[in-house]
Design a protein around this ligand. Structure first.
Ligand SMILES: [Cu+2]
Length: 92
């Protein structure tokens, strides 16, 4: 029963794996070089395809493959670079 569920979950996650777009609020971005650091950190995460930072809004929009990474990993990446972040919106 458990194994069957696991196999189903694996199949389902592959079938529905898709690019996700999330906007992260990065409140500590304060100068022109901050978004560069944030972008570099996010770009290193496997599965991330596009990173766009908006310094004025202190937000970064990330396009990622949800089969390879997740929101927690993205937040961890920015936090490790010195910029804690939190999702503003998440859409499919
Ligand atoms: Cu800065």
């Amino acid at each position: 029963m458990k194994t069957a569920f696991l196999i189903f979950a694996l199949l389902a996650s592959n079938a529905f794996a898709a690019l996700q777009t999330v906007t992260l609020s990065v409140p500590t971005m304060s100068c022109a070089s901050c978004p560069v650091t944030v972008k570099a950190a996010l770009s290193k995460v496997a599965g991330v395809s596009t990173v766009k930072s908006d310094l004025a809004k202190r937000q970064t929009t990330v396009v990622y493959d949800d089969a390879k990474t997740d929101l927690a990993a993205l937040s961890r990446a920015t936090a490790n670079a010195g910029f804690p972040s939190a999702p503003v919106t998440a859409s499919k």
